[in-house]
Design a protein around this ligand. Structure first.
Ligand SMILES: Cc1cc2nc3c(=O)[nH]c(=O)nc-3n(C[C@H](O)[C@H](O)[C@H](O)COP(=O)(O)OP(=O)(O)OC[C@H]3O[C@@H](n4cnc5c(N)ncnc54)[C@H](O)[C@@H]3O)c2cc1C
Length: 450
């Protein structure tokens, strides 16, 4: 394949445009850096755009501003009006979020990046990195023209999968860690099918294809669902026996247009318990079976006479698959489940995570007021001019699952981008950055509540 060097000068290249990548890019650009985002998919936003109307949680805190960076995204989304989004559910798991229609979320992201002067390249997966003396010299991106080599002073891995960090030689973990949770903090998971197998034997959280249905009368549907969880579970059990493709659980969110409903789900219950978001065969199965789950749910709701679903049909499936966990890059500190429970505080706290421990079964830890996230978890041990952020930052399986919702990931991104911006100004490496200066900039310039 042709190798081509791109001679443009970038201060910071962010790989991945999910909530963490967006937070990182905006913060870094606001500190004066020339920033480019490289995105593997043909759409920006990562999981923001993967499941129609899924609440992008924790964009605010108790109804108030979470940070200037979060608010820039929120305002961009709100500028498209009622067709674009509505406020999400207010409960201790979700809370302070917005449920966007995916194409409007996409428009909001384009608008945001344009306003902030950030270049975005879609269809640009980072596939390799050339390192020299423990630093990345250039990264290699597979584009249609060939392998394009890009250079920058600093890099941020917000790929979720840690692709850039792994290519640069960083160590990583995958799948469940040796951690035990006190069962008394587990939320009732009666609504799930085959929970035992999924919780005890799976290695990763499931890979999900989100989708939306049309032709639903919202009022009768939600009233019936609210009162008939066990009847719905029985219907699903019977349909499973008949060979229909059933998800382990479903979560419904109404759309921004009448009759439309977004469906998040726990994936096909026969998904391999070893399925990994890094394995193309598993991803293919997740997509193939996910489309079937979507089509079958429309038929199940219609044929079983669920109120409001007489005319129900499949509308569309998400543009990308929802992958909940893959690589977690080895950083200078690894956030653990214990940290979340003992409300650990750190001298280098640069973000807070709120919500539940959502490892595909919900646990309510001591997280209501947010638990601290240390800067060292964003610093990979093996590479100097790289920060990792979002779901590939350094944490155990449950350390990551605690507060993995999108507003929290955007805050980790904001911390990484702010650190990168300050490092560029002061010509220091991320691990040598003055922590007080970083924390003060987050608090004073971006209004982050540390
Ligand atoms: C199915 C599902 C349901 C969820 N439900 C909710 C919910 O209801 N509310 C909530 O707030 N959170 C929810 N979450 C959690 C939340 O979405 C994730 O934790 C969060 O999106 C992680 O943010 P991120 O930016 O680190 O990664 P991602 O959102 O995964 O974004 C990573 C981005 O990097 C890109 N990328 C990957 N590899 C490369 C590469 N090599 N080069 C360039 N780009 C690359 C991807 O295409 C993607 O755009 C859910 C997650 C999933 C998967």
């Amino acid at each position: 394949m042709r190798h081509i060097t791109n001679n443009e000068h970038w201060d910071c290249i962010v790989a991945g445009s999910g909530p963490a990548g967006l937070g990182a890019a905006v913060a870094c650009a606001r500190l004066g850096a020339k920033v480019m985002i490289l995105e593997a998919a043909g759409q920006p936003g990562g999981t923001i755009c993967a499941v129609p109307f899924m609440p992008v949680n924790r964009l605010r805190i108790h109804g108030k501003l979470r940070s200037e960076v979060h608010e820039a995204f929120v305002q961009s989304l709100l500028s498209f009006g009622k067709a674009a989004c509505y406020p999400g559910p207010e409960d201790s798991v979700n809370g302070d979020g917005f449920c966007p229609q995916p194409e409007y979320a996409e428009l909001a992201i384009y608008q945001l990046l344009e306003q902030e002067g950030i270049e975005l390249k879609l269809f640009s997966p980072v596939v390799d990195a050339v390192t020299e003396n423990g630093a990345i010299r250039e990264i290699i991106v597979r584009e249609k023209q060939g392998m394009i080599h890009y250079r920058a002073k600093l890099f941020i891995d917000a790929t979720g999968d840690g692709d850039l960090a792994a290519a640069a030689g960083c160590g990583f973990w995958e799948g469940k860690s040796e951690e035990t949770v006190d069962p008394s903090i587990a939320m009732n998971a009666d609504f799930m099918l085959r929970t035992q197998d999924i919780q005890e034997k799976s290695i990763h959280m499931p890979i999900t294809l989100g989708f939306s249905l049309i032709g639903i009368e919202e009022g009768p549907f939600f009233t019936w669902m609210g009162k008939n969880t066990s009847s719905f579970k029985k219907i699903l059990g019977k349909e499973d026996e008949k060979g229909r493709y059933i998800a382990a659980w479903y979560a419904f969110n109404h759309g921004t247009a009448p009759g439309v409903m977004g469906v998040n789900n726990g994936a096909w219950i026969h998904q391999k318990l070893t399925s990994s978001g890094l394995n193309s065969s598993d991803l293919t199965d997740a997509r193939r079976n996910g489309v079937r789950v979507a089509a079958d749910l429309a038929a199940i709701l219609r044929e079983n006479g669920i109120p409001g679903c007489e005319c129900c049909a499949l509308d569309r499936v998400g543009g990308i698959l929802g992958v909940r966990d893959t690589r977690r890059i080895e950083g200078e500190y690894t956030l653990t489940f214990e940290n979340t429970q003992e409300s650990a505080e750190f001298k280098d706290t640069v973000a807070r995570k709120y919500g539940a421990i959502d490892a595909n079964q919900l646990f309510m830890g001591k997280m209501d007021s947010g638990f601290a996230y240390p800067y060292r978890s964003l610093l990979p041990v093996a590479v100097d001019n790289l920060l990792v952020t979002g779901r590939c930052a350094s944490a155990t399986f449950l350390g990551h699952s605690a507060g993995k919702s999108m507003g929290n990931m955007m805050e980790l991104g904001c911390a990484a981008g702010t650190a990168a911006g300050l490092c560029l100004k002061e010509s220091v490496l991320p691990r040598n950055l003055d922590i007080d200066k970083l924390r003060n900039t987050l608090k004073e310039q971006f209004q982050v509540k540390l």
